[in-house]
Write a protein that binds this ligand. Structure first.
Ligand SMILES: C[S@@+](CC[C@H](N)C(=O)[O-])C[C@H]1O[C@@H](n2cnc3c(N)ncnc32)[C@H](O)[C@@H]1O
Length: 263
């Protein structure tokens, strides 16, 4: 049963099924934020341990097959967006350029809001190129009056500036001001010894989803994740007073979400 508040409004719905089949059954214009974290076209079976949960990111039909999936995923997401709503597509160097073009096609280049770079440090580098340590989250709006709630971040001062009209704070790292949040987010990738780690492959950190949700929705709004995996988006949404719908075609993912979210 979906978790409900006293008002009987469902706070969380979990649906096991193919996103392409489930999304058209959801109410049109229901979502303030649709977050998509699909397979990245890595060509691998994603799993952390031999017996742990996994999902398949192999595409026998190559890029053509992957792009057909990505196109359909974007197309079933767009009708879910409320007039103030936004679609956030999370990919990496393998397909983020294709994803951006799909969003241009589906919503128009003028619907572009942000290209968020999530920068992290994980093991593994190459002798042949710079360490590839960022993902890209492209955010597009359903219409001209999208919701945006500006956030602030610490901006450490590299020099002694002569400003008199700004408040300078101090912490152990040094003096800083509070500046508007930029589109480059340095948030550590999850490690296996963290409490929030579920063992699900390519699980995203709660801090990343919490920030995205705070920027583009309000408490009470609905956040939809059509490839929800271990339920990170759902956990972040519920924690900050949003409602959430999570969809995944993997039974193991939905079971993990149930455990994680106390259902
Ligand atoms: C990158 S993982 C999501 C990880 C998630 N954000 C987290 O933090 O745990 C991608 C997920 O998409 C799911 N998936 C792939 N194709 C799908 C489809 N057609 N419909 C629903 N889920 C799908 C996989 O089962 C996998 O759980």
């Amino acid at each position: 049963m979906p978790r409900r508040r006293a008002s009987q409004e469902p706070q969380l719905e979990l649906i096991r099924g193919d996103a392409l089949a489930v999304a058209p059954r959801l109410a049109r214009h229901c979502a303030q934020l649709v977050y998509l974290d699909p397979p990245f076209f890595s060509g691998k079976r994603r799993r952390n341990t031999p017996r742990g949960p996994h999902y398949d990111d192999r595409w026998p039909g190559g890029l053509t097959q992957y792009l057909a999936f990505l196109r359909q995923l974007v197309d079933v997401s767009v009708p879910l967006l409320s007039p103030t709503g936004l679609l956030a597509l999370h990919l990496d160097w393998r397909a983020s350029h294709h994803g951006r073009l799909e969003l241009d096609r589906a919503l128009g280049p003028g619907a572009f809001v942000n290209e968020i770079i999530w920068a992290y440090r994980t093991g593994g580098t190459s002798r042949r190129y710079l360490a590839r340590k960022h993902d890209t989250i492209c955010v597009y709006a359903a219409g001209p009056h999208w919701k945006f709630r500006p956030q602030r971040e610490k901006s450490y001062l590299a020099h002694r500036y002569g400003f008199s009209n700004i408040t300078i704070h101090h912490d152990r790292r040094g003096p800083y001001t509070l500046a508007g949040l930029r589109d480059v987010w340095e948030i550590p990738a999850l490690r296996g010894n963290q409490r929030e780690f579920t063992g699900y492959p390519t699980q995203k950190p709660l801090a990343l989803l919490a920030r995205l949700i705070e920027c583009f929705s309000d408490p009470g709004d609905l956040v939809v994740d059509l490839c929800c995996g271990s339920g990170t988006t759902l956990a972040a949404a519920l924690k900050s007073g949003r409602r959430a719908v999570g969809v995944d075609h993997s039974a193991a993912a939905i079971e993990l979400c149930r455990e994680r979210l106390g259902l």
